[in-house]
Structures are given as C-alpha cells and as structure tokens.
Design a protein around this ligand. Structure first.
Ligand code: PHE
Length: 457
C-alpha cells in the first residue's frame, strides 16, 4: 500500500473515538440488566476482574495488531501471521454482523424514548401504565420502523467514511453524556433506595455464581469494550506511532467501566426507591434503561424536563458511535477484499444485516414463534439468542485467537517495539504473561466448562 494511512488528530482523538466505540448500549442498556439478572455483587466482581485481567491486555493486543499491520482485521492477520490466521479476522466479521443486527433494534428504542420524553417535557409527565413497555415491544410496525431508521443513520455515516466526522462527534458527545450521567448519579444517590442498590451491586454473594454467569461476565466485558471482533484492530490502524498503546488502552477501559457502573448504580437505586417500578419492568428487565430512568428525570431531578430528552439523544448518539465501528469492520473488509467501492460495500452489508434485524425486531414481542423458542436456557427468542451467541461465544473466541497470536506467534521484539516505552518497563512482563497464559487459559477453561454444563455453585 503506497498510500499513507489517515491518522487520528490527537491522542485524545483516538481515546475518544475508541471510547465512542466502547461506550454504548453495552454500558447503558446491557450492563445494568445483565447484572440485575445475575443478582449483582459477585457478578460485578467477576466483571471487574475480567476487565482488568482480560480487557486491558486484549485491548492493548488488538490495537497493537492494527497499528503494526496498518490494515483492517482480516488482511492484518494475514500480513502479520499468514493465511490461516485470517480466520480470526473472519470470525470477527461474522460477530460484527450478528451484533449489529440486534443492536439496531435496541438502539431504535432510544429514539422512541426521546420521542416520548419530548412529549412529556412539553405536555407533563404521566407515569406509564403497567405493561406499556410490553405493548411497545409487541408493536411490529413501530419496532421495524425504529430499527430501519437507526440502520439508515448508521449506513449513511459509514458510507460517508468515518474519517473526520467520528473524531469530532465523539469529542463533543462523550463529555456531555458523562456530565448528564454524573448528574443522574448525584440525584439517584439522594434517594432512599441507595443503600439497597449499593449492597446488591457491591456485596458479593458467591453462591449465586455459575459457570455460565462467569462466562456471561467475561462476554459482557468483551462486548462492552468492543473486543474480540477486530473493531479495535481497525481503529488501532489509525493511531499514530508516537502514542502509547498501553496508556490509551487503560484510559478507554477505565472510562467504559466507569460509565457502566454509574449507569447501574443510578438504575438500581431508582428501582429500589420507587414503589411499583420493579413490577412495571413487565416481568423482564430488558427495558430497564427505557423504563426506569424517565421516572428519575421527571419526579426527582431539578431540570429533568430539559435533560431527559437530551439524555436519550445522547444514548442514541452513543449507540451510533458503536454501530459505526461495527459497520466499519464489515464494510472495510468488503472494500479491502472484494475491491468494492464504499457505496456498494455499505449497501450490501446494510442489506444483509437488516435481514437479521427484521427477525430480531419481531422477536421482542410481535411474533410469538420468534420470541418463545429457547436454544439456550433463559435466552428466549431471536434477539437474546443472537446476543448470547455473539457476546458469550464469538467474542471470547476472537479474543482467544488474538491473544494466542500476539502472545505466541508475533515476534517478542516486534511486540516490544510496537509498545514503545511500555515494552521496556517492568509491567511489560506481567502484561505478556496475561496475554500468553492467563487470558487464553481462562477463556478456554470457561468455554469448556459451559459446554460441559459445569455448575460451580
Ligand atoms: N462496545 C459497544 C457497546 O458497549 C458494542 C460494540 C461491541 C461495538 C463490539 C463494537 C464492537 O455498546
């Protein structure tokens, strides 16, 4: 490749764009509800361990592969490791397509919440009737149009090229989102349910842990940090040679984890504080982000009337900066591999993913045949099944491939060189040990345990 590759404008630029990919529905929607379903404490602790012991090293490893190769995942593995390694890249592309297909559905819900909040802000808040969210989920035309809207928005940005836009957009958006979240947290912490929420989140009860919840915590860490499918390889290929990959990784991981924890503390507190709220989650906690928070905005928070619609715009924007990175993994492959134009690549990728989205959108309530089957225990319907397969299987497998590749097949000196000053520091050997031994062994052991149906409790 003779062309010089475009690079991020600044160190903060990369950290923000990578955080834009990482921070999204995984933090605001998924972390709180998965934590609730896994009964908090012990699950949170395993999650934090996964973030530190697997998340940081794998984030570093992915960015390293991207910057070393200066290419998107499939050709990057090919260039650095030879043909067979491209399988890890292909696995990531598959995972990217699967995640996108159902992610669009949930992202669509944030548009609806914005619309609803705008209505409440103008006309006055009325607590939604019991089961209102269930009706919303079962409304097929509404679900399909929200999903289609979000799909088109993503396709448009990916088609325009992520170049300057993504960096600028996240630079404005991320601080705003963080500010509203901190304000939400502050308000929530003044409510009665605070102690109960903090106890549930931070007092571990290990008797609740099963092999499958351990894997779910690991899968959630991968999902939330955008690891295991090559998104960080792609973004890493745009990071300049002067920057410290390790420091950037730590910054992204810390920010992502903070956002997830803040969201969970705020939501759990409200659920414990407001009478009847846990029931109105309509039996399932999947919609927590969309059912729980409006209550806080409109009944407790000074200025909530203005902040609620703004918050859901930012949720949509956070989701968009994640779907863009997912889309880019698939589209950049079509461009690199098939020699397609960006337009054609975007059109084909969007079309294929949307077929999956249709099934996912109809599987949250509209079509019983799509919502009721259970391939995996407790994961009913297309959306949950896709989420389970992608997050808890494909991403850990992709992460396993990346760590084995960087730990055992990439030359030690190449790795050191790419890591700059960090490669010469004492922490480097700890990092290398995590990449070579701890991460591969932990992921393999968990996958085997879950496949064999092991239950530790
Ligand atoms: N990390 C994103 C989120 O938390 C989702 C994502 C996963 C994005 C994998 C890109 C790659 O919402």
């Amino acid at each position: 490749m003779a062309m010089t590759r475009a690079h991020w404008g600044s160190r903060l630029g990369f950290v923000l764009a990578a955080s834009g990919s990482a921070v999204g529905l995984g933090n605001l929607w998924k972390f709180p509800y998965v934590t609730w379903e896994n009964q908090g404490g012990a699950f949170v602790l395993v999650y934090l361990a996964a973030v530190v012991l697997l998340g940081v090293p794998i984030m570093t490893a992915e960015i390293l592969v991207g910057r070393r190769a200066q290419l998107s995942p499939v050709p990057a593995f090919e260039k650095l490791g030879g043909g067979g390694w491209s399988a890890v890249g292909w696995l990531g592309v598959a995972a990217g397509g699967v995640i996108q297909s159902y992610y669009m559905v949930i992202a669509g819900w944030s548009l609806w919440s914005f619309y609803q909040c705008a209505g409440w802000s103008l006309g006055g808040y009325t607590s939604p009737a019991d089961g209102a969210f269930g009706e919303f989920l079962a409304n097929a035309p509404l679900q399909l149009s929200l999903t289609a809207t979000f799909t088109l928005a993503t396709a448009y940005i990916v088609w325009r090229g992520i170049g300057g836009g993504i960096e600028t957009a996240t630079k404005i958006m991320m601080p705003l989102l963080l500010a509203i979240l901190l304000y939400l947290l502050g308000t929530a912490l003044l409510m009665d349910g605070r102690d109960q929420a903090l106890r549930m989140l931070f007092l571990p009860d290990f008797s609740t842990l099963r092999a499958s919840s351990l894997l779910e915590a690991v899968g959630q860490a991968f999902f939330s940090l955008s690891l295991g499918l090559g998104a960080m390889i792609t973004y890493g290929s745009y990071i300049s040679k002067e920057e410290s990959i390790f420091r950037s990784s730590v910054a992204v991981v810390a920010l992502d984890t903070a956002v997830a924890l803040i969201a969970a503390v705020a939501m759990f507190t409200i659920i414990f504080s407001v009478e009847g709220l846990s029931e109105s989650l309509s039996g399932s906690t999947v919609g927590m982000l969309f059912v729980t928070l409006p209550e806080l905005f409109y009944t407790q928070m000074p200025g909530g009337v203005l902040l609620a619609p703004a918050f859901y715009v930012l949720v949509a924007a956070a989701a968009l900066s994640s779907t863009i990175s997912l889309g880019e993994v698939v589209v950049s492959l079509f461009i690199d591999r098939m020699g397609w134009t960006r337009g054609k690549a975007t059109l084909v990728a969007t079309g294929v993913v949307f077929l999956g989205s249709i099934l996912a959108a109809l599987s949250v309530g509209a079509v019983p045949a799509l919502s009721s089957f259970e391939l995996f225990a407790g994961k009913a319907g297309v959306l949950s099944t896709l989420d389970h397969v992608a997050a808890n299987l494909l991403l850990p497998l992709g992460g396993l491939g990346t760590t084995v590749f960087v730990g055992w097949f990439l030359g030690r000196e190449d790795v050191r060189e790419e890591l700059g000053a960090f490669g010469q520091s004492a922490v480097f050997s700890v990092w290398l040990w995590l990449v070579r031994v701890v991460a591969p062994v932990a992921i393999t052991a968990l996958l085997i345990a879950v496949f064999m149906g092991k239950d530790f409790s």
